[in-house]
Design a protein around this ligand. Structure first.
Ligand SMILES: Cc1ncc(COP(=O)(O)O)c(C=O)c1O
Length: 399
């Protein structure tokens, strides 16, 4: 049976990671994989997580099954984190939350649910979007199409083109996927006025918004980054949200995330919940417990929440600092090219804006690793390597 299959090419990010690991150049820089790194280039366990894990080790007294919806405390804390703790939507009976194996698990469960509502339904994705959005949605049976988003020439958002496309081509019932904050891969986010316009468009045309938020707290702040989610939760009758705790709690390998469905009323929410939990039961049955228990412990404790928020603020400030520093160093290098957009953008990623041949040359001659699109993980830079990075890019651009 298996002999009929043909192998697929390796995933570009994982291939890059393997190449980078084999490179013995002590000056090598990995700007590929999207994990936060500190000044030493490490991705340590956050202190709040470490403390919660110790408590868990002392207090956890069973490994029996959890429910398909996962940890109820986690689900309620995640809803508060995203919606704001005094949001009336929390008490409305309209919100269904399920803990999932990471943001990917949330995306796939949301996709399965949406495909159940309308098989083969169309999802509008930003051009470009996170590469994994397409397969996660397509695997459930949904069709993905694109709206214009990033302007590679001017390094901003093609907002008018995005609105024109959705206005002229999206049909009632279509789904529009938006990045809650820190757009991956571009770092270019909608501003508040643009969120309002997209909300108005979705309402008027009967489009269903689907917000994927994987970097809450790493852009402008926990509340600021949830602006779009909260606005749409207030205005829209229905909304789908997927969230990840991989980056903002540093729980990557613990696979911790949540899917949320906002229904038009409590009766429909009860039906949506029964369908979502049945989809989960038929897929992985129930989510892994550890990461969500950790988040639950942190968010249920004022003390641990403060420790976590301080650490998250330090990560966010470090990314802001690196964005500013790299722009300053490009200016000081005298290169005739404006990299100022890097400072305007948000979160871990930006496109450097160089071509694949230049990306290749940076890898070959300088051991600097990034994906072909020239998306860089800003957090892969540090005080120790930023000069080398800017000098190398400058040399490649001048060649
Ligand atoms: C936009 C976006 N959504 C979702 C995810 C999924 O995250 P997780 O690792 O929690 O599955 C990521 C991870 O990189 C992401 O960038």
């Amino acid at each position: 049976m298996f002999e009929h299959l043909t192998a697929l090419p390796p995933d570009p990010i994982l291939r890059l990671l393997a190449e980078q690991r084999q490179d013995n150049n002590p000056q090598k820089i990995d700007l590929g994989v999207g994990v936060y790194k500190d000044a030493q280039g490490a991705t340590p366990i956050m202190q709040a997580v470490d403390r919660a894990e110790r408590i868990l080790l002392e207090t956890e007294n069973t490994k029996t099954y959890v429910a398909p919806a996962g940890n109820a405390g986690f689900n309620s804390s995640m809803a508060k984190l995203l919606m704001g703790s005094d949001n009336p939507v929390l008490e409305s009976g309209r919100l269904t939350v399920a803990q999932t194996p990471g943001g990917c698990g949330a995306l796939r469960m949301a996709a399965e649910f949406l495909n159940l509502c309308k098989p083969g339904n169309k999802v509008w994705l930003s051009d470009p979007s996170w590469a994994n959005h397409h397969p996660l949605l397509n695997s459930a049976g949904l069709e993905t199409v694109e709206y214009p988003y990033y302007d590679y020439e001017n390094c901003g958002i093609r907002f008018d083109a995005m609105m024109d496309k959705l206005e002229s081509e999206a049909k009632a019932g279509d789904i529009v996927l938006l990045h809650g904050c820190c757009h991956n891969p571009s770092g270019a986010d909608l501003n508040q006025e643009q969120w309002q316009q997209v909300t108005e468009l979705c309402l008027r045309k009967g489009l269903l918004p689907f917000i994927d938020i994987a970097y809450q707290g790493l852009g402008d702040g926990l509340d600021e980054d949830a602006y779009g989610v909260r606005l749409m939760a207030e205005k829209m009758p229905e909304l789908v949200i997927t969230a990840s705790c991989s980056k903002n709690f540093g729980l990557y390998r613990e696979r911790t995330g949540a899917v949320m469905l906002l229904s038009a009323n409590a009766d429909q929410a009860a039906v949506a919940a029964s369908r979502l939990f049945s989809i989960i039961r038929g897929c992985y049955s129930m989510p892994p417990s550890h990461g969500a228990s950790v988040v639950d412990l942190i968010l249920a404790s004022d003390e641990l929440t403060t420790v976590w928020q301080d650490e998250l603020a330090a990560m966010r400030q470090r990314i802001h600092f690196l964005r500013g520093a790299v722009v300053d160093k490009f200016v000081a290098s005298g290169i005739d090219r404006d990299f100022g957009f890097i400072q305007q953008q948000s979160g871990m990623f930006s496109f450097l804006g160089i071509n694949p041949a230049q990306v290749h040359q940076l890898k070959k001659d300088f051991s600097i690793y990034m994906v072909d699109s020239s998306r860089i993980n800003i957090a892969g830079l540090s005080e120790n390597n930023i000069d080398y990075f800017v000098n190398s890019v400058t040399q490649v651009l001048k060649a």
